[in-house]
Design a protein around this ligand. Structure first.
Ligand code: MTE
Length: 471
């Protein structure tokens, strides 16, 4: 027996740590791959359980998929491992000097880890989205260069010395002193730094009807998490002498060509949570994420996090702007649209194993994933490997913070048989993530926004992992 610290007793045997994962095909999602996934999903819907068994059978019979790929990571040849026995050049010669690269980049061996577009999703790259590669990240923080992007009219690198932030009222009495701030003036004020997730309301939107895309990057990648630094909006409005008796809503406006405006309820602002932010992960915001100024509205859908923020107006009623009236509304089963659904409800997803990855061996795996809620903290994540018949409670990795991603993990020994891997999160308000069946009973199938259903990954006997839906 080998004592592996921190592992459950049933995992305490030699070889338990041998199981390997082949990475998801991060670099080659094409239109054909998407069409294949959708066709398989349509076929699967006619008899899902039959298809689970059949899929495993076909892969095993063809000898295709995972096992064959095990060779991609060969075991040491007899006579010793040359990577140990032969001294590599990097132990014998001088390496590169300091400051070779004034702003460091990831290793060239990590070149595939990129945010990526989904082919055919939008007609132009200016009104589009890039998805964050969740399958390749650790912990909870998204490296700024991999943060997902959603632009309505393209992004700009705005000169901060020319950028202005204006606060005004909907009438002359709403603010005693309307003000205009330069970036220097804003950055001289006391600031706060907080970790929060941002999720586009359309995240997982393609999956409302059926399985649509193969990997977690595309099912859940309109999601990122950063430490944001800025000034609470309440402080700035108070400096302007806001009339809190009449002021009930604020309108936030961006400086790009999309006329992006969103109504923010004053309760959120007065709680101190809403930030006028310039910092992201210890440095200035990236241009794609709103440099030099963006609104941070914790727990609320991404569209309200107005980028390139140039104006906030305090008023006494919601503004019913185009991005509130015709976009970002929920189509309900009775044909009516629900507007102003803004909180991102409790949700989670397993990132390993996830679609496109291949389990190369039977044995130990650390199932790992992310959970979050726009209503507060994550208090529990349950994981099932048999399609929801049995659940086990996962470990929550610290820190666990309000309206922030939480990393969870669970020890699992894969026996080589088909497995249906799912996670179900519960938040500090007692909300539990719904199944597709529960969500569709209330919301139907034809929505775009606010899909927080439980995600299922099918691990086939071949080790290949696929996106499936159980109801
Ligand atoms: N703000 C402006 N000015 N213009 C935009 O196109 N897109 C919104 C929001 N803020 C947008 C904007 C949407 S729909 C989302 S989901 C988030 O920004 C995405 O933020 P990110 O690009 O930093 O991920």
């Amino acid at each position: 027996m080998t004592p592996y610290r921190g592992l459950a007793p049933e995992l305490q045997h030699d070889g338990a740590l041998g199981a390997r994962v082949r990475r998801a095909p991060e670099n080659f999602l094409d239109a054909q791959a998407i069409a294949r996934v959708q066709a398989e999903a349509r076929q699967g819907r006619r008899g899902f359980l039959r298809s689970v068994v059949a899929a495993a059978g076909v892969a095993a019979a063809a000898g295709a998929g995972g096992r064959a790929h095990a060779q991609a990571n060969p075991l040491p040849a007899s006579g010793g491992d040359p990577h140990i026995l032969e001294l590599p050049e990097h132990t014998r010669a001088l390496g590169q000097g300091v400051a070779t690269d004034g702003y460091g980049k990831p290793s060239k061996y990590e070149a595939n880890l990129q945010r990526r577009q989904s082919p055919g999703l939008t007609q132009t790259r200016q009104a589009s989205v890039s998805f964050c590669p969740l399958q390749g990240l650790f912990g909870i923080v998204t490296p700024s260069g991999l943060h997902f992007e959603r632009h309505h009219q393209g992004w700009w690198d705005i000169d901060p010395s020319k950028h202005r932030f204006m606060l005004n009222g909907s009438d002359e009495k709403m603010l005693k002193r309307p003000m205009v701030f330069t970036m220097d003036e804003l950055m001289r004020l006391p600031s706060v730094s907080r970790f929060h997730f941002i999720e586009c309301g359309a995240n997982t939107g393609m999956e409302w009807g059926n399985v649509a895309v193969p990997t977690v990057q595309y099912t859940h990648g309109m999601l990122s998490c950063s430490e944001f630094t800025g000034v609470p909006l309440v402080t700035l409005l108070e400096m302007c002498g806001a009339d809190w008796k009449r002021g009930r809503f604020a309108l936030a406006e961006g400086a790009d060509g999309s006329s992006m405006t969103r109504t923010i309820p004053v309760e959120l602002i007065r709680s101190g949570e809403v930030l006028v932010a310039y910092g992201q992960n210890g440095e200035m915001l990236r241009p794609e994420n709103g440099y030099p100024l963006r609104l941070v509205v914790p727990g609320v859908q991404g569209v309200s996090w107005v980028k390139w923020l140039r104006r906030v107006e305090l008023g006494d009623q919601p503004y019913a702007s185009k991005d509130e009236n015709i976009h970002y509304i929920d189509l309900m089963p009775d044909g009516l649209h629900r507007a102003y659904t803004s909180i991102q409800e409790v949700k989670s997803v397993v990132t390993t194993p996830s679609g496109g990855q291949v389990l190369l061996d039977k044995g130990f795996y650390s199932i790992s994933g992310l959970a979050w809620s726009g209503r507060g903290r994550i208090v529990k994540v349950d994981v099932s490997v048999d399609g929801g018949r049995h659940w086990r409670e996962a470990r929550l990795q610290s820190p666990v913070m309000d309206k922030c991603l939480t990393r969870f993990s669970l020890d699992w020994v894969w026996d080589g048989k088909p497995a249906l891997v799912m996670s179900r999160a519960t938040d500090s308000t007692g909300q539990v993530q719904p199944t597709y069946r529960q969500l569709r009973a209330v919301r139907g199938r034809r929505s775009i926004y606010h899909n927080n259903a439980i995600q299922t990954w099918l691990v086939q006997e071949s080790g290949e992992v696929k996106n499936v839906q159980l109801s």
